[in-house]
Design a protein around this ligand. Structure first.
Ligand code: TNX
Length: 574
């Protein structure tokens, strides 16, 4: 696949956009928003202040300032959650108001989820919301108790006398916490206290995901993004109940993960990026931090070491790995398909074993992604031999193979998963691999590629798979996309964000939002809830949430966004 250079961004009025949400951002706006984030002026998606202020204290309780207003009704309908829950039974009149006296009650096993809920709700509500082990009247209770909704499911009961969230696992509780957050008005995203009303709508939600694999990919190789940027992406995933973060850690332009046995990979191979900037890489501790932060939010990190192509950065670090033995120059362009590890040399395999062994040891999740795309210089038989040797190395490292669907022709290895990024509904080679036991994660480029422009006029992005606005991202079925691949073989979907032309946190968010929630809903919600008219209305309600949190997004004309109404700061009562 060749890549198309990004045209110059359109010129236009500049100003404090996209945060006022009234027009599409220009490239300059996106840069300005990035600067604000760097200065710690905006908030992270999970509601805590960004950047240097991330660790700042949650506002303390101030009883004089916070009063329950009797008779106030919930302002969000029980079903207005994204992704839409599997089952919603509203109970009008059974709303639950949060007050200064509201306690979050959690047994020790549910404590982490309770703390997360309190952390999400305290800044905007200004309520103390203490987390207690002892049961309390009128509490929000979180309990690990199996409601029979599967490993990620949860049940939420909201009554006037208390709220109860139950799930069989901490992940289920985590998803329920995200639902609770969305049932409060948009102001809940504010990093500082604002007016509510902080009232949860009455009724019962029973919810569980359609697919077990719901992911997004961030390419940190073409442009490098630091740990804080990655954590913020995790926040966006968790909010919409996505559970896998695929990190594209290596490519021609950069090697981004420290490998102790081959230290020059990062020292030399991590030193630049597209456009010639300084690049960067994750130390082992950086990577552990990402993995831990993601795990706390029930997101599994899937590391990708792209092999045998997309390896120029590795070859610049260790010229002896280069097929012709000649150390190549660092690459800062956007072409693909020119570099490769030699499938006919033993050194290639000891290198791969060292790297995959170290990355596996740092990764608690089950998958190692071995890439496999666009190895244009490697003949098909040599390529298949290479994959046949690398797959067992992954198994020896205790992991399951994930790879781009180009690895399909290779021998089946137990559990292996193909990530389909094609744009055609028919792929006999993939269908054959599935018959031999492979399963599939769907990433069709014309639906899920978050690096594609929304429209030809978008200021950022590729266009080789066409423009993808929200409806195009939403209106398809992951289980029905590929002919001759049965629904049972489809583990789910993942949305890749390649970053040849994405250079900042603001640009990441502009590309993610609002397509990420569209894809998240495809991954989570039952097929029979699929309804563009209802979806676009629920999606529209996310706009004020992003604006309140200081998160930029594409104001797609396909979505009936409300007129921007960022809540005013609360005026303390005298
Ligand atoms: C194809 S999708 C690629 C990447 C590019 C992307 C740009 C895939 C497995 N390979 O190398 O970054 O297109 O959209």
């Amino acid at each position: 696949m060749s890549t198309t250079p990004s045209p110059a961004p359109p010129t236009g009025p500049t100003g404090p956009v996209p945060l006022d949400g009234t027009r599409e951002p220009t490239a300059a706006d996106l840069a300005g928003s990035a600067a604000a984030l760097a200065a710690g002026q905006l908030a992270t998606a999970d509601g805590t202040p960004a950047g240097p202020q991330r660790a700042a204290a949650v506002p303390g309780p101030d009883r004089a300032m916070v009063t329950a207003v009797p008779g106030r009704r919930a302002t969000v309908a029980l079903g207005d959650v994204l992704p839409v829950p599997a089952s919603v039974r509203p109970e009008p009149g059974a709303d639950f108001p949060l007050t200064v006296d509201t306690v979050i009650h959690a047994e020790p096993a549910a404590r982490a989820a309770a703390d997360r809920l309190a952390t999400l709700l305290r800044p905007a509500t200004g309520l103390p919301l203490p987390v207690a082990v002892a049961p309390a009247a009128g509490a929000i209770t979180l309990a690990l108790a199996d409601p029979g909704l599967g490993p990620e499911g949860y049940r939420l009961d909201v009554t006037p006398t208390g709220v109860r969230l139950t799930a069989a696992t901490p992940a289920g509780l985590g998803h329920g916490v995200q639902t609770l957050r969305q049932l409060l008005p948009a102001g809940v995203e504010s990093p500082t206290p604002v007016d509510g009303p902080w009232v949860l709508p009455g009724g019962t939600i029973e919810d569980h995901p359609r697919f077990g694999y719901r992911g997004a990919m961030l390419d940190v190789a073409r442009h490098f993004f630091g740990v804080d940027e990655v954590l913020r992406v995790v926040d966006h995933l968790a909010r919409y109940k996505l559970n896998h973060l695929h990190l594209h850690l290596t490519d021609d332009q950069g090697w981004r993960i420290a490998v102790e046995s081959w230290p020059r990979l990062t020292e030399v191979g991590g030193a630049t990026q597209v456009g010639g900037g300084p690049g960067g890489w994750y130390t082992r501790d950086d990577y552990r931090r990402i993995v831990r932060y993601a795990a706390e939010r029930h997101v599994t990190v899937v590391p990708e070491i792209d092999l045998p192509g997309h390896t120029n950065a590795a070859l610049t670090a260790y010229g002896r790995l280069a097929p012709d033995g000649v150390t190549p120059s660092p690459y800062t362009g956007t072409e693909v398909g020119f570099s490769y590890l030699d499938p006919d040399r033993e050194l290639s395999y000891s290198f791969v074993a060292d790297v995959l062994g170290e990355v596996a040891a740092l990764t608690p999740g089950p998958y190692l992604h071995i890439g496999g795309d666009e190895a244009f210089k490697v003949p098909a038989d040599a390529y298949a031999r290479f994959v046949d040797r690398v797959q067992p190395i992954v198994a020896e490292a205790g992991k399951t193979v994930l790879g781009w669907h180009q690895i399909a022709p290779a021998t089946h290895s137990p559990g292996r998963v193909l990530q389909y990024w094609g744009t055609t509904a028919t792929d006999p080679v993939v269908a054959d691999a599935v018959r031999r036991g492979a399963r599939v994660v769907m990433s069709p480029a014309d639906r899920t590629y978050l690096d594609m422009r929304y429209t030809p006029e978008s200021p950022v992005g590729h266009d080789w798979a066409g423009a993808i606005d929200v409806r195009r991202a939403y209106d398809w079925d992951p289980a029905g996309y590929l002919d001759d691949v049965p629904a049972e073989a489809v583990l789910g979907l993942s949305a890749p964000l390649w970053t040849e032309y994405v250079t900042s946190r603001a640009e990441i968010e502009y590309m993610l939002l609002p397509r990420l929630p569209a894809l998240a809903e495809l991954g989570w919600s039952p097929r029979d809830t699929h309804d563009w008219a209802a979806f676009r209305r629920r999606l529209a309600a996310q706009g004020p949430r992003w604006e309140t949190a200081g998160t930029g997004y594409h104001r797609s004309p396909e979505v009936p966004w409300p007129v921007a109404a960022v809540p005013a700061p609360r005026v303390p009562e005298s």
